[in-house]
Design a protein around this ligand. Structure first.
Ligand SMILES: Cc1ncc(COP(=O)(O)O)c(C=O)c1O
Length: 370
């Protein structure tokens, strides 16, 4: 556990569902309350003042991605970024894993319906994720992009972004849904052209927060199909004529976001930056190792990669002959919050998760033996 980081949270010890939702820090809650209270007493300075949080959040996200403010834009969620990317591709085939979270499916289904980019589904072998070999085998001349999750929501499999870039070459776009990784896994974001993240999970910023980081290649080649009035040059000039899209990542802005959620996002990102992704990642890895040991010791079958280098903060498993709903009931009784699926369970601890979490899981799984 990263004690100095953990001191910012009130999350119960047994909460192990960060891959679904990351309870925000006291800092993010306070920033939200402050911004909303200020808005309630608005005068002529208030709105402009509150909107400064957007620049802070954007620049902090950019630094965490190894990029800069010109290449970074705030978004209300990850899906909006995936839609921007998808609609920006005029034509061609996009390789997308059939196993990905559906947020990375629907944008490509919609573009196919519009006669633009069409998806070709990649089918990773069970227990595997998207490997460079899998991508290489699917590459044909009409493939213009690969769109993939940095960390698989089901298994925690971590893709090798640099190796994927090498596999697809410099001209195809690499689009990455980073929501299960950004801020908790040091990955080679510079290898990607589009990195989108929502802030409601591992970043612990609360809902309606997120960002996208674009490469120069993405800025040049993606058509700004969804650019709204806030994404153009001379935003404040209401002269009735069409303004060109902003030359930078702001071209992905459709309208103003909430400065209240931007304040929460800024506070959350600053907390990550203060404690460092490397330290957070190491603390998560320690908990995953412990939880894996407990699950295996109780006869569980682990569905996540065994190699620590190929996994992030997600541990999926089944207990043979036990319905996941029954296992969940035992876990709930010990104050543990897992993700419960029809066919499996998932633990996703954070750097604030204490060692006590594994003890609670052990007690719950032991109770099932009786
Ligand atoms: C991999 C992945 N991508 C996208 C999403 C959805 O993100 P958002 O609600 O920010 O669009 C989720 C989870 O809800 C997810 O696990």
């Amino acid at each position: 556990m990263l004690t100095s980081y953990a001191a910012h949270f009130d999350t119960p010890a047994g909460y192990l569902d960060f891959a679904r939702f990351g309870p925000p820090s006291r800092d993010a809650v306070a920033a939200t309350a402050r911004a909303l209270e200020e808005s309630a007493r608005a005068d002529h300075t208030t709105v402009d003042g509150l909107m400064r949080a957007e620049t802070v959040a954007r620049d902090t996200a950019a630094r965490l991605a190894g990029s800069d403010g010109r290449h970074t834009v705030l978004l209300p969620n990850a899906s909006t970024g995936l839609f921007h990317a998808a609609l920006g591709i005029r034509e061609g085939v996009v390789l997308t894993p059939s196993t990905d979270f559906p947020a990375n499916h629907y944008p490509w289904r919609r573009t196919a319906d519009l006669g633009r980019a069409t998806p070709r589904w990649l089918d990773p072998a069970p227990g595997e994720g998207v490997t460079p070999d899998l991508v290489r085998a699917a590459l044909t001349d009409d493939v213009v992009a690969v769109s993939v999750s940095a960390v698989d929501f089901r298994t925690g499999f971590r893709v090798d972004l640099a190796a994927l870039r090498e596999a697809i070459g410099p001209d195809r776009l690499l689009i990455v849904d980073a929501i299960q990784a950004f801020g908790v896994a040091a990955m080679d974001w510079a290898a990607a052209d589009v990195v989108v993240a929502g802030g409601q999970k591992w970043l612990r910023a609360g809902w309606a927060t997120g960002c996208a980081v674009l490469s120069d290649r993405a800025l040049e080649s993606l058509e700004p199909v969804l650019t709204g009035w806030t994404g153009v040059e001379d935003v404040g000039v209401f002269d009735g004529v069409e303004h060109p899209p902003s030359p930078d990542a702001r071209r992905w802005s459709i309208t103003n976001l909430s400065p209240v959620t931007a304040a929460a996002f800024a506070a959350a990102l600053e907390l990550v930056e203060q404690h460092s992704v490397a330290a957070i990642e190491a603390a998560v890895a320690e908990r995953i190792t412990e939880l894996t040991e407990v699950v295996v010791a109780h006869g569980g079958r682990v569905l996540s990669p065994a190699d620590p280098a190929r996994r992030a903060g997600i541990l999926s498993f089944t207990l043979p002959d036990r319905d996941p709903a029954v296992v969940a009931k035992a876990l709930h009784a010990e104050g543990v919050t897992p993700t419960v699926r029809a066919d499996s369970l998932r633990f996703s601890p954070h750097a604030s998760t204490p060692p006590e979490a594994a003890e609670r899981v052990a007690a719950a799984l032991s109770s099932l033996r009786n």
